[in-house]
Design a protein around this ligand. Structure first.
Ligand SMILES: [Zn+2]
Ligand SMILES: [Zn+2]
Length: 253
């Protein structure tokens, strides 16, 4: 039974209540991290997962609140005693990810170049599929946020777990996570402060209802949204099991 842990339910706004975006999916054998905003590797320790125990890291887009701990990860992975592995950590992102890595190398040089047997970087495009093993398959789908932004559908131990990353409303999204066992959906701003490129709790609920997902967890919550009744706003349009994400929230899928 996969376990989903909201490592950081917040955004790029520094907050003592909500850490930067990151989600951990744990199976019997595999730890998958989705996005890693600033401070994620430290927050991970609260879930008893050390950065060297990650197997897969996937990035949804290149905004600093989602990707900045990649730099920390690459640097820490060079630290020999703590990081010894039989298989590399597979680190993937949308098309342009390898180019971004090249630019990071241009800035930080060999300090962000861990040996290839430790870290393997790759790109996965929208509608692309990537198979890790017989238990884990990843499909990417385009989201409405930045040029490269995409979400992921993870088929893990026969369960379907979808993660939107950052996105605005687009009914076509629901094609990718129809009847998912869990939808991890951004809900950045309240209705009264809707921002282009992001969802509200109501719009997240609409996507979940249209896709008839079996459970919904809201995350990527800005302070403006925290001042509203997130649960009841979403509840008006989505009747299934519903969680308002909080740091450390653990859901057995
Ligand atoms: Zn974001
Ligand atoms: Zn973003």
């Amino acid at each position: 039974m996969p376990e989903v842990i909201i490592v950081g339910s917040g955004t790029g706004v520094p907050s003592l209540k909500r850490a930067s975006p990151a989600v951990l999916i744990k199976t019997h054998q595999t730890n998958i991290l989705l996005d890693s905003g600033p401070g994620t590797l430290r927050e991970l320790l609260r879930t008893n997962v050390h950065y060297a125990q990650l197997d897969i890291i996937l990035y949804t887009h290149f905004h600093p609140d989602h990707i900045s701990d990649l730099i920390h990860f690459l640097f820490a992975a060079k630290y020999e005693p703590a990081f010894s592995r039989e298989m590399p950590v597979f680190v993937g992102g949308p098309p342009g990810f390898l180019n971004l890595y090249g630019r990071l190398r241009g800035v930080f040089g060999h300090w962000v170049e861990p040996p290839k047997q430790k870290v393997s970087l790759f790109e996965i495009g929208p509608q692309g599929a990537w198979i890790y093993d017989q238990d884990i398959k990843v499909t990417a789908f385009k989201t409405t946020h930045t040029e490269e932004s995409q979400g992921y559908l993870l088929e893990v131990s026969n369960k379907k777990i979808a993660y939107t990353g950052d996105t605005d409303y687009d009914e076509h999204l629901t094609e990718y996570f129809q009847k998912a066992d869990l939808l991890i959906c951004e809900a950045s701003f309240p209705e009264s402060h809707k921002v282009e490129g992001h969802l509200t709790p109501v719009l997240a609920g609409q996507l979940a209802a249209q896709a008839r997902v079996k459970a919904l967890v809201l995350t990527h919550i800005y302070p403006e949204c925290d001042q509203t009744d997130i649960l009841n706003a979403c509840r008006k349009v989505y009747q299934g099991p519903l969680f308002v994400g909080s740091d450390g929230l653990c859901i057995f899928v």
